[in-house]
Structures are given as C-alpha cells and as structure tokens.
Ligand binder design. Structure first.
Ligand code: LMR
Length: 350
C-alpha cells in the first residue's frame, strides 16, 4: 500500500487542458463519423499522449514516429501528438489508453502497475543495472517480452521499450550521505519500489504526476526529486532546486503501448507499416537518449543555477547498503520468477 499525497500542487493549466481534451475528443468523433460514412479518404487518427516536452528523446521519437507513420501510409494514418501532460497527466493517460480515449502512450515502466504490470517495478530497483547495455539486455530478452504480454488482458499491447537513462537526485540541500535524506520531502513516480527506496533512505515520500513537480518544488511543498537530467532540464526543475547529486542510482525507461482493440482492428497493411515506423523510431530513440542526458547535465552544470556533486564510490556504497532491504521487500509484490530472471532476488547482481 502506498501512503502518499496525490496531486499535491494545483493544476495550473486546467482550463487549457480541458479545451485540448475537447478538441481531441472532437477529432476522434469526427474520424469515427468519417469511417461510418465509409469515406476512404478519412485518415485513421492515432492520438499519442505523453508527459514530457517535445525536445526530450521520447518527445523527439514520438515526432519521428508521426513522420514515418504518416509518410509510409501515404496519409491514411494521422498521428496527433499531445506532449507535456497537455492532454493527460501520469495516471490519467493509463486510464485513457485502456478506455480507448487515446490510442498510444509511452509511460515509464515505473507507472505500469495500474495496467496490471506490477512486475515492471523490478526495473526501479536501485543500482540494478550497472550500465545501459545491462538494461537493454533485460528488456530485449525473454523477460522484456513476457512482461509486455502481461498487459494484454488489460486491453493494452506493448510494442517497444524506449530508453531515457540513469536518474540523479536534486534537492534544496546537499545530498551526500544517507543521513542527508532524513525527513526530506521527495517526489517519486507511482511505484511501490520507488516509495520503498525513499523510505529506506529515511525520506518522506510523495507520489505525484510529473506535471505537478515544478510547482511543488517552487512552493516548498516538496524538497527534492529524482529524475534524469533531460527531464530535470526540460521541466525547469533546476530553476527551483539548489543542489544536484549525480548518483545514477536507478534507471528510467518507457514502454510504448497501444490500445489493443484499436490495434487489432487496423487493416493488416496499415498495421505492418506502423510497426515498421515504430521500429525505426525506437532505434532512433534508443540511439539518442544517453547523449541527450549527458548534454542536459552539462547545460545544467554550466547554468550555475545549482551546485552539482558527483557521488563518490564511498558515498554510493553507503547508499547501496541502505537500499539493500528494498530488494527483500519487493519480493512481497514482484514475482520471484521476474526477480530471478534479472538476478535481483537478494540484491543487485554483482
Ligand atoms: C516522471 O514521471 O518523472 C517520468 O516518468 C516522466 C517521463 O515520462 O519521463
């Protein structure tokens, strides 16, 4: 059970978001009416909602998918991208996908419990992956495929894994030793593993949508958060934090998901073209994610807005020891089979 405060900040763009939803709903209805009238010229509309900006790796790859999908289907498909929580925030977009209000999303693996994907939280275990290739080997192997299958009874089909990268911590105080986390109010994504991780460090945890984090940090409702450098920079979180510790303590990545009934009903030639477009967009995403994060970190450092500390091996050893119990606790909700397949039964693989 996660004890958290949801929606901790006010919704700054509620009116704009409501308007956008109406427009999107109108487009969907118009598309359906077009099909009912058997108008062959009416494109199939894919609404793709996500919660980060268009200039992140995920945002760029969504745009690449749109270009490829539209050109390879000669305009028979139109992809509408709704970035930066414009249409739906974290939890809402999962519900919207399941209900068919949007056809495509790319949420982080951390958020998939809501779609029957509790085992995806295995990827949140601290210090599980020593590098990006270790993560890719896991998702590109049998465990990655079998986890995506678990979403299907929930009306959702998983088509690809997209990288973001290693997370760092930011806060309004320096974070070096474990003691520095004591009573720090920290935002995490909706994952029991991440909640357990923060509790193990002695912090106070708050689960909230990404769209609310800037305001919560600015107003002092939150003291800190963990994310990748690209997300920190593009959400302007470094404007409202004083310190950043490069800890690379966990990995953030995504699953690209479609509404299964929608996908299954597509004409086969269209589906094949879209699968090809997604495959190419995925290669693109996974090839830029890491360098986008290095560049973002460099820009954050040179902005001079906050003090950047790179955690020392001694500091990281202390964090690792404090976080080891998270692996034991996670056995309460992640299957032994999944933990074993990633060598994560008792702690990070050596
Ligand atoms: C977050 O909520 O911090 C991330 O999952 C956002 C994202 O999509 O990268």
């Amino acid at each position: 059970m996660i004890h958290t405060r949801h929606h901790i900040a006010t919704q700054p763009n509620a009116a704009r978001r409501t308007l956008t939803r109406w427009i999107a709903a109108g487009i969907a209805v118009a598309a359906l009416m077009g099909h009912d009238a058997a108008n062959a010229q009416t494109p199939i509309v894919i609404q793709f909602s996500h919660v980060v900006t268009p200039d992140t790796a995920k945002g760029k790859a969504a745009l690449r998918f749109k270009e490829l999908a539209e050109s390879r289907t000669s305009g028979k498909v139109r992809v509408e991208i709704y970035p930066n929580s414009q249409l739906y925030k974290d939890r809402e977009e999962l519900d919207a996908l399941r209900l068919g209000a949007v056809q495509m999303i790319a949420p982080s693996l951390s958020k998939l419990s809501g779609l029957g994907g509790g085992d995806f939280e295995v990827f949140d275990l601290p210090f599980l992956f020593k590098d990006r290739s270790a993560f890719r080997a896991a998702v590109d192997g049998p465990v990655g495929a079998s986890l995506l299958k678990k979403l299907e009874p929930h009306g959702v089909k998983g088509l690809a894994y997209w990288d973001n990268g290693f997370k760092v911590f930011s806060a309004n105080r320096p974070l070096q030793s474990v003691a520095d986390f004591k009573a720090l109010k920290v935002r995490v994504q909706a994952s029991r593993v991440l909640v357990t991780q923060m509790k193990a460090l002695g912090a106070q945890v708050s689960v909230s949508p990404l769209a609310n984090v800037y305001e919560a940090l600015r107003s002092g409702q939150l003291d800190g958060q963990e994310n990748t450098p690209t997300n920190i920079e593009t959400q302007r979180l470094h404007d409202v934090q004083r310190h950043l510790t490069v800890s690379n303590h966990g990995y953030l990545a995504y699953a690209v998901l479609v509404n299964k009934p929608f996908w299954d009903k597509l004409p086969p030639d269209i589906r094949i073209a879209l699968e090809g477009a997604l495959q190419d967009a995925s290669v693109f995403e996974n090839s830029i994610a890491s360098s986008e994060n290095s560049k973002a970190l460099d820009r954050i450092k040179s902005s001079g807005k906050l003090t950047v500390h790179t955690a020392t091996p001694q500091e990281l050893n202390q964090w690792r020891a404090a976080l080891l119990p998270v692996y034991k606790e996670a056995q309460g909700w992640i299957s032994v089979e999944t933990l074993r397949s990633l060598n994560a039964l008792d702690g990070p693989p050596l």
